[in-house]
Ligand binder design. Sequence first.
Ligand code: SF4
Ligand code: SF4
Length: 380
Amino acid sequence: MIYRDFQDIRLSGLGFGAMRLPVIDGDDANIDEEQTFNMVDRAMASGINYYDTAWGYHDGNSEIVMGKALAGYPRDKFYIATKFPGYDLSNMPRVKEIFEKQLEKTGMEYFDFYLFHNVCEMNIEQYLDPKYGIYDYLMEQKKNGRIRHLGFSCHGEYETMKRFLDAYGKDMEFCQIQLNYLDWKFQDAKAKVDLLNEWNIPVWVMEPLRGGKLAKLDDQSESELKSLRPDEDIAAWAFRFLQSIESVTMVLSGMSDMEQLKTNIKTYEEDKPLTAGEMEALMKVTDRLMSKKSIPCTACHYCVSHCPMGLDIPYFISLYNEHLLTVQDGGMAFIAPMALAAIPEEKRPVSCLHCHSCEHVCPQSIKISDMMSDFVEKIG
Ligand code: SF4
Ligand code: SF4
C-alpha cells in the first residue's frame, strides 16, 4: 500500500468509501453486513487505514455498519471520517444533536476526520451564518479532542469554495472534492486544486471513477490507453491520473464488492504517475468523453428523498444516458424503453411534477426536471 504523509500521521493513499456498500435485494438502506465486514477485514489486512462514512449514506445506516465493522480493531489502527449533513438545510440548527448521535451510531469516542459535508450554492449562506453555530461547535469539539482534524467537502462552484475558504480556510486542514480526469475539465476541478494549493490545504478526492463511469470507456479510448500501458486496467488510469497531482493526499473509492476492493488495492501497491505523453493521451480521452454530453450524475442519491413522487432519479438518469449514448453510437436503443415499461406508470419520468425540489440538493447541478421532460419526449 502506498502511504502519504499528513501532518504527523501516515495515511494510506487509498481510502475506503462507505457510500456504495453492498446491499441486500437492491435496497440501499439494507447493507449486506457480512460482505461489508469481510471487505473491511480485507482492507485492513492490505494496509488501508482510512474509512469514510457520512450521516446520510445508505439512509443513515453506513455509519452504524462501519462502526460495527471497525469495532474489533484497536482504535489507533484506523482513521474514521464522517460529516455534518448540511446538504439538508433542516439539519442546520441540529449540529450538537447530530454530532452526538454520530458518535453513538459509530460507537466512537472521537472522529479522526470530520467534514462540513457538501458545501455548495444551496447551503453556503447557512454554513456561514453564525446563528447556527456550526463552525463554533465543531471548533469546540476539535479543542476537546472529539474531532482530530477538521475539513470540508465541496461540490459547489469555484466562487462558493472561495467564499467558504475566506471565512474558515485558516482552520481547514483538508478539503474533499470531486476529482477525476473527466472533471479536471468538465467541472474545472483543476481551478479548485489550484485554489486549495494557494491555501496549502491538501486534497482529498471523491468520485475518482465518477461513479464507475471511468472504469469502462469506449473501444477507441480503451485501445489508445492499452497501447501505452498494456498491463494496466482501464480503471487504474483514473488512479494513476490522481497519483500525478502532488497535493492529492487521499483518494476515496466507494467500495461496492470484494472484487472492486481487490482491484483498487492492487492499483495502490505502486505509485505510477503518468508521463507527459500519457497525460496528453488521457486528456484526449477526456475531450472525447465530454463530447458525448451524457448527464454527469454520480448516483449519490441526495435527490431521491426530496422527490414528492418518489421517483428513482439516478436510475432514470443512467437509463437516459444509456439511451442517448446508444442513439449517438448508432445502436438499437431498446434497453431504456424496456426498463421503463417494467415500472408502474406513477413511478415513471412522465409523473415528474417539475417542482425542482430535487435540483436544489444535486451537487452536480443537474437540470433533472428538464431531463425528465426530454426523456418522456424521446421515449414516449
Ligand atoms: S422535479 Fe420531478 S424528479 Fe425532481 S423532485 Fe420534482 S417531481 Fe421529483
Ligand atoms: S441527480 Fe444529482 S443528486 Fe441525484 S443522484 Fe444524480 S448527482 Fe446525485
